[in-house]
Write a protein that binds this ligand. Structure first.
Ligand code: 1DF
Ligand code: MN
Length: 348
């Protein structure tokens, strides 16, 4: 594939959201129920009902997997989007609805990729409410569509993947060598109130706090000792975990040694080692040189990938800002193309 620009790599954006009409209809049903989850009401309830320009625009972009999206990609110099069913995917639905909806969403994604094979790739959406069905869906989409990665939108109705009941999903992902992108969700009911009170529950801060917590829970619960070849991807510059790494290692060790918490048992490695060896990080939403360079220094330049977070953060000038960051030509190529090709096993 070629673009009008003469650059020695493709720009591959790796955390790009879409919605299906069926998903939005099911969301509407959830939103119409009494006692709807607060986080969901503040997130998709907002986007699906607000007359604001931002919300209306995002809703239009989310459901388009053809001309509008591709025009936006062309206008911002994006060659390929790696698509993910928008948060919270099916994770807000009851288990039965989620399990019957998810294959439709993945089929629609596969259709879009078939229509635009040089512009789109995608991650398998899952219903973690049913871990066995999720394992089967990974296999189905790998066999039928050659899909090579999956997305999970953080907690599922307040439950975390550190709970062993979810581990069949990790087992299947490891066996199929399919990385799992741990994408944010709105905050669960147990933690949302102080965030909502200040208007900080969304992507501005709450998302990062909660998804970072989730990744840490996966690390400290021993998931990677059980599944050492499991790969995960974190967006938003690793939800700030690289910046925390030094203190995480020190306090994790201190907590293990003092036997302070039943939940904190010894792991084979330090938290920072799992971050560096089992995770990949995308810069989604953070088009900022100093943070990118720090993350590359911590993770290694082969583990940091480009992402835009379309349509939630569609700013064509951010691509330029990232192009201006001081990187060698080889590192720039890793960042925009090579790491994505490797992690998402893209056939370009
Ligand atoms: C927002 C941001 C919404 C991200 C998202 O999915 C999302 C937002 C509903 O700004 O409300 O994926 N994001 O990843 O930063
Ligand atoms: Mn996102």
């Amino acid at each position: 594939m070629t673009t009008s620009e003469n650059k020695p790599y493709l720009r591959i954006a790796t955390e790009e959201a879409f919605a299906t009409k069926e998903q939005l209809a099911l969301f509407k049903r959830v939103l119409d129920q009494p006692n709807v989850d607060k986080g969901f009401a503040h997130l998709m309830g907002f986007y699906m009902s607000s007359p604001s320009e931002r919300a209306q625009h995002i809703m239009r972009c989310l459901v388009d997997l053809d001309e509008l999206r591709i025009a936006h990609m062309d206008a911002s110099g994006i060659d390929i989007q790696v698509l993910a069913l928008t948060s919270p995917g099916a994770q807000i639905m009851d288990r039965e609805t989620a399990v019957s909806f998810i294959p439709n969403a993945n089929d629609e994604l596969a259709e879009a990729i078939k229509r635009h094979p040089t512009r789109f790739a995608g991650m398998v959406a899952l219903a973690p409410q049913d871990p066995a069905a999720s394992a089967k869906e990974l296999q189905r989409c790998a066999d039928l569509y050659g899909m090579r990665s999956a997305v999970i939108n953080s907690h599922t109705q307040g439950e975390y993947l550190s709970d062993k009941k979810f581990w069949p999903i990790f087992e299947a992902a490891e066996a199929l060598n399919m990385p799992i992108y741990l994408h944010p969700n709105s905050l669960p009911a147990q933690m949302i109130d102080p965030f909502i009170e200040a208007g900080l529950d969304g992507a501005i801060y709450g998302f990062g706090v909660e998804t970072g917590l989730h990744a840490l829970r996966i690390i400290t619960s021993g998931v990677f000792d059980q599944f050492p070849n499991l790969k995960m991807v974190l967006g938003h510059m690793g939800e700030a975990l690289p910046f925390w790494a030094y203190r995480l290692d020190y306090m994790h060790n201190a907590t293990v040694r003092s036997k302070r918490y039943e939940a904190i048992q010894p792991t084979k490695r330090k938290p920072s080692e799992y971050l560096k060896e089992n995770f990949y990080i995308t810069n989604s939403g953070v088009a900022w040189g100093p943070a990118l360079q720090f993350t590359q220094a911590f993770m290694g330049t082969d583990r940091v990938l480009y992402a835009m977070d379309y349509p939630y953060q569609y700013l064509p000038e951010e691509v330029d800002m990232l192009e201006q960051v001081d990187m060698t030509p080889e590192v720039k190529r890793q960042f925009f193309q090579d790491n994505a090709v490797k992690v998402f096993d893209l056939k370009i």
